[in-house]
Design a protein around this ligand. Structure first.
Ligand code: BES
Ligand code: ZN
Length: 623
């Protein structure tokens, strides 16, 4: 990394708590004013407002080629605007309607930050056209062969821009604090449909050219594109599902409650602001459970369990339409503002649609994963703080249970201290007043303290705000969680451990959450023999629920339950969701034989994984 970059990121992070001291060099001032350590852009000097994107999708060369025309505001009336780019080839850049050629420079790229693209402009410049093409290994883009799709006939493409990958497919000011509207014209092979994080077509046309409009200002990490042999099925008047034709009916059945979820969400907070809400089910290499791209959540097909047991992920991505997409974290150090609030809102939606008991089970499972995460990081680790410190590191390192579940528990603490009605009223106001804006942790805390808490110092103390946000570990005032259904499971496991029979337990431990809890609470001394008995009773090896498969396969590796091995191999070769890959590979790595097995599977599966999954698994196995 270049020295000044390091310096800039350090200065920037040190200054997030509103610096009083300023240095007299221009650079220092810029570094101080730019509090997002993960973009080279200096939005207070020159900022983007609108994007007109025109791209041709070329499967043969695995390139996106075309132009990004940016409407900008030269706030400082200076002579430069800075974009982020990573691995993009720039052909030419022009300014103005008349397209005057512009001078530009890019520095050598940092591994995850990419490089600043500095373009010379005039004080009055309003428009910049960047002619470019992407590289076949742009990290945000996965190009799938027909073999990797359900239909096996056509290629497929999808992008994943969060956290700082948009810059690998669109030259942009790539920080969540910078928002713009966009229009796009995307040209694809005639037999395919293009979809974006915008108003979408519902069927293919004869030209292969599709037009998109996102009329609400969004940050760059919500730019998204997918191209494939896709069909649409409506769920209600404003919700629906896109998927490959052979999957779309199953997907629509699985997600049939989407409309009710959206209604429930509006009742809890404020009206949905984006128009339609659809879900796109991607091929299995999609590295996440879901991604909240505006108007069109991208989802893993592993949610299609056949029994609607995994739809809380849809509740989560839908919830982001308020917490995350409407009011956004200003930097990735504030990621808990996106994910903690969304986990909270997700569970409120689940409670409203599926009842308190279901919600409580998810809450308990969430707390357990949080405790596991804190144990893994160490209770004094800086990465267990809600306000993150990722300057100089890849913000994707911030992905852990901390922003989700510690954030969730903090919000429950506030709710418990102030009462649900008051907290809801505050949130409605906060979301309305800050709609389509990006906020720092400090800005949220200021609103919380002055508005909801009315500067009542007793209440501030009781909630322990500082400790929750700026200290590591889990504060002692975290509200206790419990699910009655799980108490029964504890006693069933007890009976079985004391030599009782397992027969009949599958009937008593029947829902997916109950079974996840059961697997998570098996005694450490479980043997391969006991695993056989469990499998005979529950048939976990042939489960359709990917969450259960993941936990069962991890246990199978740990306890060397060989009958599951072919299933494990098939799972690792067909599913690319990192949440499932990582625990299984991690468990394999614990023994020399396991590591060898892991490396063999990875070598064969790698080609089908998304670049992000290749990075994570590759790093794990090379450690
Ligand atoms: N926005 C996240 C996915 C994400 C996080 C992508 C960080 C890149 C960097 C999304 O909303 C999410 O949280 N997905 C979860 C599911 C959720 C129910 C916890 C996932 O993919 O597992
Ligand atoms: Zn999320």
């Amino acid at each position: 990394m270049k020295k000044w970059i390091l310096w800039l990121s350090m200065t920037a992070s040190a200054c997030q708590e509103k610096p009083t001291q300023t240095n007299d060099t221009a650079t220092a001032k810029i570094a101080i004013e730019n509090s997002d350590p993960h973009t080279y852009a200096r939005p207070h000097l020159a900022i983007v407002k609108h994007l007109d994107l025109a791209l041709k999708v070329d499967f043969a060369t695995q390139k996106l080629q075309g132009k990004a025309v940016w409407t900008i505001e030269n706030v400082s009336k200076g002579n430069e605007i800075i974009f982020d780019v990573n691995g993009i080839s720039i052909e030419k850049i022009t300014t103005g309607e008349e397209e005057t050629p512009a001078k530009f420079t890019t520095d050598s790229a940092n591994e995850f930050m990419g490089a600043p693209l500095k373009i010379s402009i005039l004080p009055e410049t309003k428009r910049i056209s960047i002619y470019y093409s992407t590289s076949p290994d742009a990290t945000a883009v996965q190009w799938l062969t027909p073999k990797q799709t359900a239909g096996k006939k056509h290629p497929f493409l999808f992008t994943q821009s969060q956290s700082i990958l948009a810059r690998t497919w669109v030259p942009c000011q790539d920080g969540p604090g910078i928002r713009f509207t966009y229009n796009a014209r995307i040209q694809v092979p005639k037999e395919l449909l293009a979809l974006m994080s915008a108003e979408n077509p519902q069927q293919k046309n004869d030209s292969g050219i599709y037009h998109f409009k996102q009329t609400h200002p969004i940050p760059s990490y919500l730019l998204a594109l997918s191209v494939g042999d896709l069909a649409f099925k409506s769920i209600d008047s404003r919700t629906g599902v896109y998927a490959e034709p052979s999957i779309v009916a199953k997907a629509a059945w699985e997600f049939a409650d989407m409309g009710r979820m959206a209604d429930a969400a509006e009742k809890i907070y404020i009206p949905y602001r984006w128009g339609r809400y659809d879900v796109l089910v991607l091929p299995p290499s999609f590295p996440f459970g879901g991604m909240e791209n505006p108007n069109l959540t991208f989802a893993t097909p592993t949610l299609i369990a056949g029994d609607r047991s995994l739809v809380s992920v849809i509740a989560h991505e839908l919830a982001h339409s308020w917490t995350g997409n409407l009011v956004t974290n200003a930097t990735w150090n504030d990621m808990w503002l996106n994910e903690g609030f969304t986990t909270y809102f997700e569970r409120r939606i689940v409670e409203a649609v599926y009842g308190e008991k279901e919600m409580q089970m998810q809450e308990v499972l969430g707390r357990e994963t949080l405790n596991g995460q804190i144990k893994e990081f160490g209770a004094t680790s800086r990465d267990t703080k809600l306000k993150g410190d990722y300057a100089g590191r890849n913000p994707d390192d911030a992905i852990s249970e901390i922003p989700y579940e510690k954030g969730y528990s903090f919000l429950r603490t506030i709710e418990a201290a102030t009462g649900r009605e008051n907290f809801d009223a505050f949130m409605k106001k906060y979301l309305s007043e800050n709609a389509f804006q990006s906020k720092t942790s400090e800005e949220f805390l200021e609103a919380l303290t002055s508005d909801l808490l009315k500067n009542d110092s007793e209440l501030v103390k009781k909630i322990e705000i500082k400790s929750w946000v700026y200290e590591p570990g889990l504060p002692t005032n975290a509200p206790p969680v419990a699910a009655p259904a799980f108490k029964t499971i504890d006693s069933l496991i007890g009976i079985w451990s004391d030599g009782g029979s397992i027969t009949g337990m599958a009937k008593r431990i029947s829902s997916a959450n109950e079974r996840l809890y059961f697997l998570g609470h098996l005694p450490a001394t479980t043997t391969a023999e006991k695993m056989t008995a469990i499998d005979n009773e529950f048939n976990f090896t042939s489960s359709n629920n990917a969450e259960l498969q993941c936990d069962w396969y991890t246990l199978s590796v740990r306890h060397q339950y060989k009958p599951a091995y072919p299933g494990i191999e098939a799972f690792l070769k067909s599913v690319g969701r990192r949440k499932f890959l990582m625990p299984i590979y991690k468990e394999m790595k614990k023994t020399p034989d396991g590591l060898q097995w892991a490396k063999k599977i990875f070598a064969e599966a790698k080609e089908g994984y998304h670049p992000l999954a290749v990075q994570s698994v590759g790093a794990l196995l090379a450690e």
